[in-house]
Structures are given as structure tokens and as C-alpha cells.
Design a protein around this ligand. Sequence first.
Ligand code: C2G
Length: 156
Amino acid sequence: MSSAEKTIITYGTFDLFHIGHLNLLRRLKEMAGRVIVAVSTDEFNAQKGKRTLIPFEQRVAIVEAIRYVDLVIPEVSWEQKIDDVKTYGVDIFAIGKDWEGKFDFLKEYCEVVYLERTHDISTTELKRSLKHFLSIPREDVLRALDVLDALRRELE
Ligand code: C2G
């Protein structure tokens, strides 16, 4: 079977969508003609112990808009993967290497692939940077802007 005839599925939260997510979805499209993405619901993320900034409906809308993605379904539990593989005729299950080995039980039903993650970007890191920036006192930001304005005037 050519890759164009294959169906691939992945699962994830895709909060604060970033280049790491995009690189993964692009890789999936290189591996199969049909790409299905199961996006974790807010309720399931609570079970995963993950707090998301972007609500489920918006995370779905963003992933659906990605040209590499053909179908988005909700991820509501850890147990749905085998049924999904059967329901959608999935040939390949793929996910980032941070999950290496965790889904080998699916090898009975489809190919299982763990893909390299994109380095130096993660939702956790983005949240940390945002939190740091927002913690800078307003007057410090304004003072820095004044210094920048003064420098710009000197350089004109
Ligand atoms: N990812 C990546 N590179 C990054 C960050 C994320 O390749 N820098 C990949 C992850 O490996 C995962 C996908 O992008 O395959 C989605 O990442 P998350 O939204 O963090 O997904 P996660 O919360 O790990 O959910 O049942 C499986 C879980 O739902 C996976």
C-alpha cells in the first residue's frame, strides 16, 4: 500500500499551537494520505493533569485549519485508541518521542511510530515566558521603553 493510501492518527492537547505541533502534523502528512488528529477535551486534560489556556473548541478550530489535517476527533479517554484505530481503519499511530513505548500495545492493530520532538519549544516553556513577562513591573517596562525612545532619537 502506498503512503498516500494510508491513514495515520495522533493524539494531543495542542494548547498554544506552535511550530513543534506544526512540524509533527507536517511529518504525519508525509507518512500518510489521510491524517486524523484526536484533540484532548478540556475534561480529559484535567484527567491528564494538564491545565490548558485555550479552550477545546478553539484548539479544534486551529488544528482543523492546518492543511496537513484531514479530520479532527475529540480525545476523551486513554482507552479510546484501539476503537479509533478500528473505526477509522488506521494504518499508523504516531506521536512524539516523549511518549516512547507508552502506546506499544497498539502494535497489535497498526504500525506505531514515535517521532522526534521539535527542540526549544513547548507549551510549558511558552507559558513560563509569558508568566515571566507579565510579572515585570509596569513601571520597569515603561522605563525601558523610555530608554529605547531616547536611543532611537540619538540614532536619528
Ligand atoms: N510535540 C513535538 N515537539 C514539541 C512539542 C510537542 O513534536 N516541541 C508533539 C508531542 O510529542 C505530541 C504533539 O506534539 O506528539 C502534541 O503535544 P501535546 O499537545 O503536548 O500532547 P500531549 O499533551 O502530550 O497529549 O493520548 C496522548 C496524549 O493526548 C498526548
